[in-house]
Ligand binder design. Structure first.
Ligand code: GDP
Length: 299
């Protein structure tokens, strides 16, 4: 069994069309309430990906969704930070109704997985609320205020994971990690997607004891997509695969970097890592399968 740590874009790309003996622990630091429904963006993307329903042009929401509800509310003067599709809102509403009855997020997720006939075990990292807050020179923002409303056009001065000290890990997620032969830190944003998971002591303790493989989310001095570099720069971290490896240094054993990044191999090896140089741009089913085969050869 392989335990995969995931955010909501890079790692789900790797999971598309891949069936294997693995389970996924997903970041919930970007969870938020919108128009009365509980939105768990990374969790929903992972679930939709495994159910073959994800909108893979955005890695957010369901494919072929409609937006009647969103547009109607907009016409009435109610704006939403994220555009939520009608079918997607149906899932979120279902979850919210159960959560309001006291069913924890992780248990609602099991019901959703069963209904969508997803066999892969997927767990949110915690049922307790953890909120990633991006500090800038002028204000403190949630991830989506930073990324969607400000388009990451602000100078980041720090990142905080509010609630992380008291958040309890989901028991099944902890067991999955403990029982797995290896843990894969997927190609996700190390600050906002992996940061909250590795920030929880219970997970970090297991990461330190296991064989941990990472896939770089960087190519040269930039990420493949998204605001990863803006966040890393704000924390004073080099915006390359080396910077990412430093963030994972106390538990990472093996690191897979992009083929054009081989210049960084010696530095990474000096850090004690075993380095694989591969094509990690996940833009076709063939490449995803090829990278998966590399992984199977390692773990
Ligand atoms: P978020 O929750 O939507 O921020 O998504 P993730 O954290 O899971 O994914 C964002 C990260 O995925 C960024 O750092 C990207 O550089 C990385 N990423 C996106 N596409 C690819 C890809 O094709 N290959 C690799 N290796 N990383 C990617």
């Amino acid at each position: 069994m392989l335990c995969i740590l995931s955010g909501g874009t890079g790692t789900p790309k790797l999971l598309t069309g891949i069936s294997g003996n693995y389970g996924v622990v997903v970041n919930t630091g970007e969870d938020l309430w919108i128009s009365g429904v509980y939105v768990s963006p990374d969790l929903d993307t992972v679930v939709y990906t495994l159910a073959g329903m994800v909108d893979d042009s955005r890695w957010y929401g369901q494919k072929e969704d409609t937006y009647f509800c969103h547009e109607m509310m907009k016409a009435l003067g109610h704006t939403e930070l994220l555009r939520i599709g009608d079918k997607d809102r149906g899932l979120k509403l279902f979850r919210t109704l159960l959560m309001k009855k006291g069913v924890p997020l992780s248990q609602v997720t099991q019901r959703v997985l069963k209904a969508l006939t997803v066999k892969v075990p997927v767990f949110p990292m915690s049922d307790d609320k953890v909120t990633t807050r991006i500090h800038t020179e002028r204000e403190v923002l949630t991830f989506h205020e930073f990324w969607v409303a400000r388009r990451a056009q602000v100078a980041v001065t720090g990142v905080e994971y509010e609630g992380i000290e008291t958040a309890r890990p989901v028991g099944e997620a902890l067991d999955l990690m403990k029982e797995s032969e290896a843990i894969l830190v997927g190609p996700s944003n190390p600050v906002t997607s992996i940061g909250p998971i590795m920030g929880m002591k219970a997970y970090r303790n297991i990461l330190q004891k296991k064989v941990v493989v990472g896939i770089s989310p960087m190519v040269g001095d930039a990420p493949f997509s998204g605001p990863t570099a803006t966040l890393m720069r704000g924390l004073g971290i080099e915006t390359t695969c080396v910077g990412v490896a430093r963030m994972y240094q106390d538990f990472l054993d093996i690191f897979i970097i992009h083929e054009t990044d081989s210049v960084y191999k010696p530095v990474l090896e000096d850090m004690g890592l075993t380095v694989y140089v591969e094509d990690i741009l996940l833009d076709s089913p063939e490449k995803k399968k090829a990278l998966w085969r590399v992984l199977e050869g390692i773990v």
